[in-house]
Design a protein around this ligand. Structure first.
Ligand code: ARG
Ligand code: ZN
Length: 467
């Protein structure tokens, strides 16, 4: 909910003191090295990702038993080598690996921290497609990071849910955990009959029950960053509807409060609003899942966000806005997360402005009144530091304020054009703050650099509202 995201913000604020001891830039060299030229890992998550290959598709076969939290899984990953590979790494901190096969031949493997190193029987030549299949079994556990909270694979009372942002995918499947390596996904989820399994995207036929276990298959056919992959297993009541021609599949845990009628309706309204204001909806379905988890945030998991309780309208608008801003147009590095959160927060402001609520200008004015010596201003919006990734003030609110400052500088007409062209030009792609600045300049013919410098690259209150 909105409140829970504020909680995330406060959580972030509590950790502010840690920012100055951040050492990630000098941390261990990137994992990717094995088998090729130096990689360019993300400065905030230097151990994640491997630039030696590019994943096309993840085929995840997950068999889960809530009574014991046992996960028995097989991940088949189809990738293309970008250079000759005699060995390569995947990010994986999940349960015990039993076997690895590369292109039909057994491969040697070893584990060290979050790296699963695989040595195929023969060299994989640059440009070739290959498939690596990993069998693993045991209990998966979430990541509990002092600054970023609880995320990854979370076992619940009646099932499990996986919420990966930022680097939690490795807690439940072997992954090239790089925001830039988007791939398509198939999820085949088996659980005790009577439970429901959901994931990103669209169901492939009806779930099939054999004996006392049911298998559901879901697929995400549009490119997806690993931090947006999701499965949810448990007791769920599902509402299967449509927004225009787009399937709208929502689900809620009947043991929680309320139901998902409001979620279903508001999700449809928010998608229609985005289609008008931003443009073509980027995925083949929409929806949402209300689960009883206590993580203190909602997550915009691709095509189907997860809410940790019954969300208010602003939160739904926020997570649906992320489908364009974040999921389809994705930052190149985590330092640019404001491109997700600033846009999604600004979408909330626009939504309420259009519905007779406070105007975006009045929200901006109220925040602008924050004194220059307040902590509110003390981080850089574009590059707040790894531990302050979800800082509500610096990334969400000042991100939205930066967009509002841009709007008042280039004018409504150019600004609303920019909102559309940004989503269209970089659809399914990655983009950074500089790309946004260049696009704003191209559309408006204004020199927006001073504004970007003051609002995004400076850890201080700008001299004037327009930078
Ligand atoms: N992207 C989410 C949102 O703004 C917040 C995710 C917070 N994640 C975390 N590990 N604390 O809706
Ligand atoms: Zn968000």
């Amino acid at each position: 909910t909105r409140k829970t995201r504020r909680t995330t913000g406060r959580h972030g604020a509590a950790a502010l003191g840690l920012a100055c001891v951040m050492v990630v830039f000098t941390a261990a060299p990137g994992s990717a090295g094995s088998g090729g030229p130096p990689a360019a890992p993300d400065p905030y998550f230097p151990l994640a990702g491997n630039q030696g290959y590019d994943v096309d598709h993840y085929d995840l076969d997950l068999d889960f038993t809530p009574a014991t939290d046992l996960l028995v899984a097989r991940a088949a990953i189809k990738a293309e080598a970008r250079r000759d590979l005699t060995r390569f790494t995947l990010d994986f901190s999940g349960p015990a690996v039993e076997r690895v096969v590369v292109d039909g031949r057994s491969a040697a493997f070893s584990r060290d921290g979050q790296e699963l190193t695989i040595v195929p029987a023969g060299k994989i030549r640059a440009g070739r497609d290959f498939t690596v299949t990993v069998w693993y079994r045991g209990t998966a556990a979430p990541i509990d990071d002092p600054a970023l909270g609880v995320y990854g694979w979370i076992n619940t009372d009646d099932g499990a849910v996986a919420l990966n942002e930022p680097d939690g995918a490795r807690s439940w499947y072997p992954v090239n955990d790089d925001v830039r390596d988007k791939a398509t996904y198939t999820f085949r989820i088996t659980a005790p009959a009577g439970l429901t399994a959901l994931a990103n995207g669209e169901p492939q036929g009806k779930p099939r029950t054999v004996g006392d276990r049911t298998t559901a298959v879901w697929s995400m056919r549009k490119p997806m960053s690993s931090y947006l992959s999701m499965v949810a297993i448990g007791r769920f009541t599902v509402t299967d509807g449509r927004v225009g021609r787009l399937p709208n599949i929502t689900a809620y845990d009947p043991a929680g409060d309320g139901d998902d009628a409001a979620l279903h309706r508001t999700t449809a309204d928010a998608v229609r609003w985005g289609q008008e204001r931003i443009g073509r909806y980027p995925f083949d379905s929409t929806g949402g899942i209300i689960d009883r988890i206590d993580v203190g945030y909602a997550l915009e998991t691709q095509a189907r966000p997860v809410y940790d309780g019954e969300p208010d309208e602003a939160t739904i608008v926020h997570e649906i806005a992320h489908q364009w801003y974040g999921n389809s147009v994705t930052p190149k590095t985590w330092a640019d997360l404001w491109l997700n959160e600033g846009f999604a927060t600004y979408a909330e402001w626009l939504w309420q402005e259009e519905r007779g609520g406070p105007t975006a200008q009045s929200v901006f004015d109220q925040l602008w009144a924050t004194p220059a010596n307040d902590d509110f201003w003390h981080l850089k919006t574009a590059d707040p530091g790894r531990d302050e990734l979800f800082n509500y003030n610096a990334v969400y609110l000042r991100g939205a304020m930066a967009l509002h400052a841009l709007r008042t500088t280039i004018g409504d007409r150019d600004f609303f054009t920019l909102l559309k062209v940004w989503a269209d030009k970089y659809r399914y792609d990655n983009a950074d703050t500089r790309d946004l600045m260049n696009l704003a300049r191209a559309i408006s013919h204004d020199n927006v650099k001073p504004l970007f410098d003051a609002w995004l690259y400076t850890a201080a209150k700008p001299a004037t509202p327009q930078g």
